[in-house]
Design a protein around this ligand. Structure first.
Ligand code: SF4
Length: 332
């Protein structure tokens, strides 16, 4: 085990390597979480349409959405991660997994190595595992467990990462995994990832976010990004759609309004369920438009470019708030 390449290497995002001093990267918003992925040179056994690493994709294994996860020396990354956490540069380590035969051993090896040097909070993003494995991960020190649904309803799930995509996942099994994980890790310590722009309506997305929120499960939003070597997805991504889901999700998350308070027409939000005077105040605060997910996760440029920002990795400035208002149809 100790001599395997997969236990000597880890994939780390370029931004993470910049903060760790292992790459020279100029950043206007450095990551506040270290983004890592267990190392393998194999393709994932699952076949999600959007993913460069999928079984049937021809994409680059270094790529997760727009991020470049470079194979790096595991011991050096872990050593520097301990220092960066002590100094307050990084507040969390996020480990992404891939489905392959040695996944469990490689994942637990990485978690164990991090825990040897640091008490940095660890998030793990993984497909549904057995209850015993959830318990083992919690005992090893995983603090947040994330099971990505990615799609916002069962039909889209099948098309994007289930049967209709020649993949192995099932909506019910994923939801069951999320619920079992919430039982083990506790409410508030389990989340999912949702990719917006894969054909869902705002109504689909907000209904699901509201249901999960009621079960103590948080939803991190991503914007669909087409990657070279992946199959086509019919995308309905546009920034106005994204903003309405993002703002509705904020109102739900903060307990300001629920899905039941909101009104929709043809899947689009027509009323967020709060008076306009309050709505403007919440928009102007800007929090609603920042990256969501585990605590201290800002994922800079994970799905954005400098020209088009979906998730703000830091507080939006006055000019950006004006733009957001227009995107939400609140233009002055
Ligand atoms: S929300 Fe952020 S920290 Fe949590 S699993 Fe997703 S990317 Fe990682």
């Amino acid at each position: 085990m100790e001599n395997k390449t997969s236990t000597k290497k880890v994939r780390a995002s370029l931004g993470t390597l910049g903060v760790l001093g292992m790459e020279l990267v100029l950043m206007d918003a450095p990551p506040t979480t270290a983004y890592l992925q267990i190392y393998t040179d194999k393709r994932c056994q699952a076949n999600c349409r959007f993913c460069s690493q999928a079984a049937g994709a021809d994409g680059d294994l270094k790529q997760i959405a727009r991020g470049q996860y470079m194979p790096s020396d595991l011991d050096e990354v872990v050593r520097r991660l301990g220092i960066a956490f002590e100094r307050g540069y990084l507040k969390r380590a996020c480990i992404q997994t891939v489905m392959y035969s040695d996944m469990w051993g490689d994942t637990t090896h990485l978690i164990g190595r991090i825990r040897e040097v640091s008490s940095i909070p660890i998030s793990l993003s993984v497909f549904p595992l057995s209850d015993d494995k959830f318990v083992a991960l919690k005992e090893m020190g995983v603090e947040e467990l994330v099971i990505p649904l990615d799609a916002c309803n069962p039909e889209l799930f099948s098309k994007i990462k289930g049967k209709d995509a020649d993949s192995i996942y099932e909506w019910d099994t994923h939801l069951d995994g999320i619920r079992r994980a919430a039982h083990v890790f506790g409410k508030g310590a389990v989340g999912t990832h949702l990719i917006i722009g894969m054909g869902e309506s705002a109504e689909d997305a907000l209904m699901l976010i509201d249901e999960l929120h009621a079960e103590g499960v948080h939803s991190a939003l991503f914007a669909y990004t087409h990657m070279p070597g992946t199959r086509e997805v019919t995308t309905n991504l546009n920034v106005d759609h994204y903003r309405s889901v993002q703002f509705g999700a904020y109102l739900i998350r903060e307990g300001i309004a629920s899905f039941a308070d909101m009104t929709f027409n043809d899947g689009k939000v027509t009323d967020f369920g709060i008076p306009d005077s309050q709505l403007i105040g919440y928009v102007e605060r800007g929090d609603a438009f920042k990256t969501t997910g585990c605590p201290d996760c800002n994922r800079p440029y994970a799905t954005e470019t400098h020209q088009e920002i979906f998730n703000f990795p830091k507080d939006p400035n006055a000019e950006e708030i004006l733009m957001i208002k227009q995107q939400l149809g609140l233009g002055e």
